[in-house]
Design a binder for this molecule. Structure first.
Ligand code: FUB
Length: 450
């Protein structure tokens, strides 16, 4: 048996494959979306497993990913963390996202501090890539694990949540911060085998509720679905559509999205984790329906969504995101005066020794990246230290540049877990120019490309 597992892991890590979709970081509970203002971009929001954790108790934050071709992805880094949510103490478990009345929302779950029960949190951002600012938790939802939000064609928002063989739904009030209690329904009995993780999508006027469930045989979870004529049911149970598969995790969880005319199913496995079933990675395959609208069962594939030999992800870390994304702005400011920056601005005013910006890069394994920094230094050269954990470029001279430009520092290695990238003014050596840091990029590089 050990030999078979070894062979399977070897195949999943060495053979070219598009599954798992993200191979540089452990991700779970994917929530895929295409936002109305940009049909060309697919977004996937995920929870995050720490390398080697093999359980879900220490989960602390979320990531956002985007792509325009299903092959080249951007990891926008950490978008929300326990330390940014005052009311929570642990368990940054499954989440969903929504575009509602001109803003982007992350609807997530964490355990409430001092009480230890799950709450459904609401965080908001002006941009889809976050970071998101917590607004508090949804009033009226008890034990709100695994929330999913569905906005119907008439604009009415609905919330679904579920844990431990129970599932509920309700209409949300317009501020998304409370449910309309009179609309709450328990869906448990309509969803055979349900355990947790509901997700609702609409197709041809029907509402599909997909969910991870446990048969009497118990773990691991399989994915099931039920169909209704109205968002809050009643739902008619249909079938299992992702059965057991080689390399699966104990849990499964996911959602569907229509992108460029095709339906995609995102879910998770343990394919990236060298045998740890609870350290998970996001998968994607096409979702097809028969003529009657039944979901055709998905067999998790190595090939995934395109014919490319593999996916590739670039970590894109905006300097100005600071603490909200796991970084730090130490005695520097965010400015917008030099035009052409990406995101909300750039970081500048490195005036005194140790003034710095730090950025967080989270990865799954020891792995290599092409490291780039986008900067401007309009008045002249500026010299700074750049540190990637212990790897340093001391006294690096950023050449004069009126506008923003990328410098390629070549290949760097990141370690499993949290990597801190710091750009700092280290001594009093006078700089001719004032440095402006726009972002840091880490482009995934594979061993066979070096
Ligand atoms: O990722 C943590 C938990 O595992 C989720 O909240 C559940 O749905 C299961 O996937």
């Amino acid at each position: 048996m050990k030999k078979i597992i070894g062979l399977f892991i070897c195949c999943t890590s060495l053979c070219f494959s598009q599954n798992p979709v993200f191979t540089h970081v452990f991700t779970a509970d994917p929530s895929p979306h295409v936002w109305p203002d940009d049909p060309n971009t697919l977004w996937v929001y995920t929870s995050h497993d720490e390398p080697g954790s093999n359980n879900h108790y220490g989960m602390t934050g979320y990531h956002a990913f985007s792509t325009t071709d299903l092959v080249n992805w951007t990891d926008h880094g950490r978008i929300l963390h326990l330390e940014n949510v005052q009311w929570a103490e642990s368990h940054a478990w499954a989440m969903d996202a929504a575009y509602y009345r001109g803003k982007y929302y992350l609807i997530y779950c964490m355990k409430e501090a001092g009480i230890g029960l799950f709450r459904t949190g609401v965080a908001r951002s002006d941009v889809p890539q976050g970071p998101f600012t917590d607004l508090g938790y949804v009033k009226g939802v008890e034990f709100g694990q695994d929330p999913a939000i569905f906005i119907d064609d008439d604009g009415k928002p609905y919330l679904y949540w579920g844990h431990d063989r129970q599932c509920f739904g309700a209409q949300l009030n317009d501020d998304l911060m409370s449910i309309k209690p009179e609309t709450q329904v328990e869906l448990t009995k309509q969803l055979t085998h349900v355990f947790e993780g509901p997700w609702v999508h609409k197709r041809k006027g029907k509402y599909y509720l997909t969910y991870p469930g446990l048969t009497p045989r118990r773990w691991p979870e399989k994915m099931f679905y039920a169909v209704a004529d109205k968002p809050l049911g009643p739902y008619e149970f249909k079938d299992c559509f992702i059965d057991d598969f080689e390399g699966q995790s104990g849990t499964n969880h996911g959602g569907t999205v229509t992108y460029k005319g095709k339906d995609l199913m995102f879910y998770h496995s343990a394919w990236l984790s060298d045998g740890l079933s609870e350290t998970r990675s996001v998968m994607a395959d096409y979702l097809n329906y028969d003529k009657e609208g039944n979901i055709i069962p998905i067999v998790p594939s190595k090939t995934g969504l395109t014919k490319a030999k593999r996916t590739r992800t670039t970590l894109h870390l905006e300097a100005e995101n600071g603490f909200a994304a796991g970084g730090k702005l130490y005695n520097v400011i965010v400015d917008t005066w030099i035009k052409g920056y990406s995101g909300k601005g750039y970081v500048t005013n490195f005036d005194n020794p140790y003034d710095h910006v730090s950025l967080l890069a989270q990865v799954a394994k020891t792995s290599k990246y092409r490291f780039k920094v986008r900067y401007a230094s309009p008045e002249g050269e500026s010299n700074h230290d750049i540190l990637i954990n212990s790897h340093q470029y001391r006294d690096f001279v950023f050449p004069k540049s009126e506008g923003f430009t990328e410098i390629d520092f070549g290949i760097v290695e990141l370690k499993p877990g949290d990597n801190l990238i710091r750009i700092l003014k280290r001594n009093w050596k006078p700089s001719k120019g004032q440095l402006a840091i726009d972002y840091v990029k880490l482009e995934q590089v594979f061993d066979d490309e070096l």
